[in-house]
Ligand binder design. Structure first.
Ligand SMILES: N[C@@H](CCC(=O)N[C@@H](CS)C(=O)NCC(=O)O)C(=O)O
Length: 253
C-alpha cells in the first residue's frame, strides 16, 4: 500500500524557509503555497522577482480542506486571494501579478507585443511538452520506458533550447518563459540521480542556461532541500496526486 500523499513533509527548508518566515505578516495579497510544488514555485519566483508584498500561507493540498476548496475548487496550489477575491493556476497567477501590479518592476513579459506572444507560445510548449516528459520519465518503471521517456525529455529540451536567445529565453530580460521552466531545472537532479539524465547530453548550451537560471536569487530564495523525499513516491509510481493520475491516463496537466 502506498504512503498517502497527505503525509508530505510540512514546511519549506533551506533558503526557502527564511523567505517563508519573512512573509508571515498580513498583506493584501495572500499566497497559498505548498513549499514542495514546482507550479507554486513559478508564482513564488514572480512575487520575489517583482518585489510584491505578500503573506505566505502553507497549504497541504492533498488534504482538500474545506477552507482551501473555497479558495480553489480544484484544491490545487498555488492560489492567491487579493481584495477578497481568489485566483489560481500558476501561469494565470504569474500574469495576474503583472496586471495587478503594473508599476512594480521588473516585468516578466516583454513590452513588444510580438515578443510577448512568442514568450506565451513557448510557455505553452513547456507546459504541454517539457513538463509532461519530465514527469513521465520520473514515473516510468521499466528501464526501456525510462529510456524512451528520457529521450522525449531531451528532445523537448532541445526544441526549447533552440529558441533561447540568451542569456535568457527572450534575450537580456528574465521572462515568463524562464519562470515557467525554472522549477523543473531546480528539480532535475531527481532525474540525474535516478534516471541517468545529464544536462550536458541536451547540448546547444542547455547546461549553461540551466546553471544561469538556478543561480538567480529568486530561484535560490524559493527552493527547499527536500525534493528527493517528495519525488520518492513518483519515482516508484505510487503518487496519487492529480498530476500523477493525469500522466498515467495520458492527459495533459
Ligand atoms: N495546473 C496547476 C497545477 C498545480 C498542481 O498540480 N499543484 C499540486 C502540487 S505540485 C497540487 O496542488 N496537488 C494536489 C492534488 O493533486 O490533489 C497549476 O499550474 O497551478
Amino acid at each position: 500500500m502506498s504512503v498517502p500523499d497527505v503525509k508530505i513533509f510540512p514546511h519549506a527548508t533551506g533558503l526557502a524557509s527564511k523567505t517563508v518566515s519573512e512573509h508571515q505578516d498580513k498583506q493584501d495579497l495572500i499566497f497559498y503555497s505548498g513549499w514542495f510544488c514546482p507550479y507554486v514555485q513559478r508564482t513564488w519566483i514572480v512575487l520575489e522577482e517583482r518585489g510584491i508584498p505578500y503573506q505566505y500561507v502553507e497549504v497541504n493540498p492533498y488534504k482538500k480542506e474545506k477552507h482551501f476548496l473555497e479558495i480553489n475548487p480544484k484544491g490545487l496550489v498555488p492560489a492567491v486571494e487579493w481584495k477578497g477575491q481568489a485566483l489560481y493556476e500558476s501561469l494565470i497567477l504569474c500574469e495576474f501579478l503583472e496586471d495587478a501590479f503594473p508599476s512594480q518592476t521588473p516585468h516578466i513579459l516583454p513590452s513588444d507585443p510580438i515578443a510577448r506572444g512568442r514568450v506565451r507560445i513557448w510557455v505553452d510548449f513547456i507546459s504541454k511538452s517539457v513538463v509532461p516528459a519530465f514527469m513521465r520519465t520520473v514515473m516510468a518503471q521499466e528501464p526501456a520506458k525510462q529510456a524512451e521517456s528520457l529521450q522525449e525529455f531531451y528532445s523537448a529540451l532541445r526544441t526549447l533550447m533552440a529558441q533561447v536567445k540568451g542569456p535568457y529565453f527572450a534575450g537580456e530580460e528574465f521572462t515568463l518563459a524562464d519562470v515557467a521552466i525554472a522549477p523543473w531545472i531546480v528539480r532535475d537532479y531527481i532525474l540525474r540521480d535516478n534516471r541517468g539524465y545529464d544536462r550536458s547530453a541536451v547540448g546547444g548550451g542547455w547546461k549553461e542556461y540551466a546553471e544561469r537560471i538556478e543561480s538567480r536569487d529568486s530561484l535560490k530564495k524559493t527552493s527547499s532541500d527536500k525534493y528527493t523525499e517528495i519525488y520518492g513516491r513518483y519515482l516508484r509510481d505510487e503518487a496519487m496526486s492529480e498530476a500523477a493520475k493525469a500522466i498515467r491516463a495520458g492527459r495533459p496537466f
